[in-house]
Write a protein that binds this ligand. Structure first.
Ligand code: ADP
Ligand code: MG
Length: 580
């Protein structure tokens, strides 16, 4: 008979290798390329992904509407030079976000929209699954690049590819589709660990060809009346120093496009910001520095002299000749191109007409004095109009140059752009190339989060309506954002007349008596309702100093503003010519 000796060791639980999910891998891969912030709106299948991201130190800014989260990601990309990331759910969330990703692509803002998508097989067979939508196919024509990742093993590669596509060459919006099974797939942590790598040189310099520089230098050296048009590509490329050197060394005057205001100071001695028509009519050689000859520059026609020759500095070869022959294309990254051009022209020397710059300066002086009069003249007009309000805002913003100005609307956009001088680069963000409405709260949030700076968003009442609910996001995240609403009670203005007999509001009519400040109250912001220029000056000064969420409802007259602002010529028929 044998006696059993009791075991001295306690029984061990069976040991399994540590496991991770596709979501863990995705968060880690984003961290590896330096993503520290995500903007989005959660739900099936990405809720846990956002929790994991937050837990691992990636800031998650949660929105009320995906379009605004996307606008924030795009603005983050524009002001930092690194892709902003938008996270959306499947179907409608994806579609809402895609609006912003498409807009980012048109504007050359780098961003990545990551969207969860449902199980593929029933989508492909149209069998009717939860939020079933062929998202990849829908995204493709609207974005710079689109990828789908089906296996967790592929996630790190997918993230690096999306990053490179967003930022390299001409930046743009990239779509990354991640299926629900991929997000939930499980891998051994040890195997997953082997997938990660640090990509080398995520945004390589792309210097121009020496021959292209020679050609451009020869043309510039022959110019009698040269000018530089600075576009938001230059703001994005952070070439303010290179542009300053070129301007300092050559004395060439410059004209900034809307979002390029401040790349070089709007009120500098060589700023020709008030002389757009003269430059178009008289300049013989124009350097386009990160600006496209698109509709915002009359596609190179209209008021442009047909004798003007262009030197176009752009990263995108397809941009050249797209509307008008370009005499000297310089394809390359702007920093390299500007440095080479400056070096070349320093050697070749300029031959400018000695009357060109003094003439522009004289014209600027006269126009600026007239404009100043317009802002001051109206200071007693009641109720306020756009100019009165801007006359009150101008000194406050110009004495706070480091505040980022976000701006959308029709008259509110045009008049603000014309009134407020900018002196720092990437401090003006607006509806840009598509001239769309509905970027305000998103861009304000993206700008504040990405830079830590104070933001003032000057919004038309209609424009604000597209994104107004995300004012609550500004409040939840306690961002230093002041929203200023110009309430003239309508799209363009509040005096539209219904051409029928049903008594409904006219298509352009909103509510001139709406108290937007009460909307701010609902979310705990500091709020102001102002009816005079002095009240507006005081409220804005206080709001900026508070570095906290604020909303200023500016009461304008319903008759302030004209249809379509400065671009009424784009309407098929002027409203006054319509009869029913
Ligand atoms: P704007 O509206 O201010 O005129 P656009 O958005 O029309 O500006 O044009 C910006 C241009 O800048 C685009 O053609 C884009 O390809 C170019 N661009 C963007 N980044 C760079 C860069 N790093 N180097 C050179 N060109 C760039
Ligand atoms: Mg309005």
């Amino acid at each position: 008979m044998t006696t059993q000796t009791p075991s001295t060791t306690t029984p061990q639980a069976p040991s399994y290798p540590q496991q991770v999910t596709g979501m863990d891998i995705l968060v880690r891969a984003l961290g590896m390329v330096g993503i520290d912030t995500m903007y989005g709106l959660v739900g099936i299948p990405v809720t846990e992904l956002a929790y994991i991201a937050q837990g691992r130190g990636i800031r998650f800014i949660s929105f009320r509407h995906e379009q605004q989260a996307g606008m924030a990601a795009a603005t983050h990309g524009y002001v930092t030079g690194k892709p902003g990331v938008l996270l959306t759910v499947s179907s409608l969330g994806f579609l809402n976000g895609l609006t912003a990703t498409a807009n980012a692509t048109v504007n050359c803002y780098p961003m990545i929209q990551i969207s969860g998508s449902s199980v593929r097989e029933p989508i492909d067979l149209l069998q009717g699954t939860y939020e079933g939508l062929d998202q990849l196919s829908i995204a493709k024509p609207l974005v710079k690049a689109a990828y789908r990742v089906n296996k967790p093993e592929d996630i790190p590669t997918a993230v690096v590819r999306a990053y490179r596509a967003a930022i390299s060459g001409r930046p743009g919006g990239v779509y990354l589709d991640v299926t629900t099974p991929c997000l939930g797939a499980i891998m051994n942590a040890e195997d997953a660990e082997k997938l990660f790598y640090s990509p080398v040189d995520l945004c390589p310099a792309m210097p121009p060809a020496p021959g292209a520089i020679e050609r451009a230098v020869a043309l510039l050296a022959s110019a009698k009346k040269p000018a530089i048009v600075i576009g938001k590509g230059a703001a994005y490329a952070r070439v303010e120093e290179q542009l300053k050197t070129l301007v300092d060394k050559t004395g060439i005057p410059y004209y900034p496009m809307s979002m390029a205001k401040g790349v070089l100071p709007d009120n500098g001695p060589l700023s020709a910001i008030s002389c757009r028509s003269t430059i178009m009519a008289e300049a013989d050689v124009v350097i386009l520095a990160g600006a496209r000859l698109n509709w915002l520059l009359s596609r190179g026609h209209g008021k442009w002299s047909q004798n003007t020759k262009f030197i176009q500095l752009d990263i995108s070869p397809e941009e050249i000749d797209c509307n008008r022959p370009i005499a000297a294309p310089v394809v390359g990254d702007l920093a390299s191109s500007l440095e080479a051009l400056t070096e070349g022209i320093a050697r070749a020397g300029m031959n400018m007409d000695p009357t060109w710059v003094p003439g522009l300066q004289k014209e600027s002086e006269a126009k600026n004095a007239k404009f100043k009069g317009r802002l001051a003249d109206n200071s007693s007009a009641m109720p306020m109009n756009h100019w009165t309000a801007l006359g009150a805002i101008k000194p406050v913003l110009e004495s706070n140059p480091d505040v980022i100005l976000v701006n959308e609307g029709a008259n509110t956009l045009d008049d603000t752009r014309d009134s407020i001088d900018m002196s720092l680069p990437r401090h003006r963000i607006d509806c840009a190339t598509w001239a769309i409405m509905g970027m305000g709260m998103g861009s304000a949030i993206g700008a504040a989060v990405a830079t830590g700076k104070s933001v003032v968003a000057i919004e038309g009442d209609s424009a604000f309506g597209f994104s107004g609910m995300d004012f609550s996001t500004i409040c939840r995240f306690k961002l230093p954002v002041t929203v200023v609403i110009f309430n003239n009670g309508g799209i363009y203005n509040g005096i539209g007349v219904n051409m029928g007999t049903d008594g409904d509001p006219a298509p352009t009519t909103l509510d001139v008596r709406a108290r937007y400040d009460k909307l701010g109250d609902a979310f705990g912001a500091a709020t102001y309702y102002v009816t005079t220029p002095q009240e507006l000056t005081d409220a804005l000064t206080k709001a900026i100093a508070s570095k906290a969420p604020a909303l200023i409802d500016v009461q304008l007259g319903a008759d302030s503003g004209k249809e379509s602002g400065h671009i009424g010529y784009l309407n098929p028929t002027p409203l006054e010519n319509i009869t029913v």
